[in-house]
Design a protein around this ligand. Structure first.
Ligand code: AMP
Ligand code: MG
Length: 273
């Protein structure tokens, strides 16, 4: 079993190299020997994340942005539920990006994204993101090539700005197989509690599976940078997916190493009467 660092390095898309999604196995079980060991490790990481997030919030000088992308049913919602379960909701926010509104479309593509970025001390999770503007927009032909093509550079620069100004940007692509997507979409349809998640458009997207794969391949290659690298997480097995995302997120917070502020002078020996 690889240790955390080895695992994270293996999942990372080296800046300047292709992510080579076709070569990466969505069905791989990473991070632990088996599900039982994986769940045990996940609960350690969830606890650690709680502590680190608490320090980040108390310190209130830096912030973390976790970007989650993936095909429909790749498990973005499930990852958020499991990995962030031990995080204080105060100081944490999930932002889901849907089709832009007319107001949003009247601005540049990063306008709504920038406005949703974390304030100092905050952990924000993007459930979809500005990457829809180079993936969904490209595949659904919502903008011509020359428009989405130049967005890669805008995205690199935008994420550079965020990092320079104190936001750690952690980007995770949940890598699902086409077969597993079929099983999950069917399960969604068959479960009245989950059917609401299914949209007719999901089938159109599924028909364009290869185009999405190409768009992701290009987007990840163009935007995996030293300051904001991509991680490709195998997503066919939920436990392994959750574990890998938790490893990546905890490592990012460990690197920041947030500290609680100095207490008021004279409070060390204070006893409350
Ligand atoms: P879901 O996340 O399943 O609720 O679906 C949200 C939908 O909004 C997906 O089909 C996304 O592709 C779409 N979406 C999100 N952002 C954009 C964007 N910037 N342009 C076009 N479609 C988008
Ligand atoms: Mg959906």
């Amino acid at each position: 079993m690889p240790d955390s660092k080895e695992l994270i390095d293996e999942l990372r898309v080296e800046p300047g190299s292709p992510p080579d999604l076709a070569r990466r196995d969505p069905d791989a079980r990473v991070g632990a020997e088996d599900r039982k060991a994986g769940l045990a490790r996940l609960s350690e990481l969830v606890a650690r994340l709680g502590v680190l997030h608490n320090r980040l919030f108390a310190e209130s000088t830096r912030s973390v942005l976790l970007v989650l992308q993936g095909m429909d049913a790749a498990g973005k919602d499930g990852t958020i539920r499991s990995v962030l379960t031990g995080v204080n909701p105060q100081g944490c926010r999930v932002v889901s990006f849907r089709e832009p509104t007319t107001t949003e479309l009247a601005h540049d593509f990063l306008w709504r994204v920038h406005a949703a970025c974390p304030v100092r001390g905050e952990l924000v999770i993007f459930n979809r993101s500005h990457y829809e503007d180079v993936v969904a927009v490209r595949v659904r032909k919502l903008a011509p090539r020359k428009v989405w093509q130049r967005r890669y550079a805008h995205i690199r620069n935008f994420e550079r700005l965020l990092t320079d100004e104190g936001t750690a940007v952690v980007k995770v692509f949940l890598h699902l197989s086409r077969d597993e997507q079929r099983i999950r979409l069917q399960a969604r349809l068959d479960d009245p509690e989950k059917r609401w998640k299914f949209r007719a458009g999901d089938l159109d997207d599924r028909r364009h599976w290869d185009d999405f794969a190409t768009a992701y391949e290009d987007a990840l290659r163009e935007t995996s940078t030293e300051w904001a690298p991509w991680y490709v997480v195998p997503a066919d097995h939920n436990w392994s997916r959750n574990l890998a995302v938790a490893e990546i997120l905890v490592a990012a917070l460990e690197r920041l190493d947030p500290e609680v502020p100095e207490p008021d002078p004279g409070t060390e020996d204070l006893e409350i009467a």
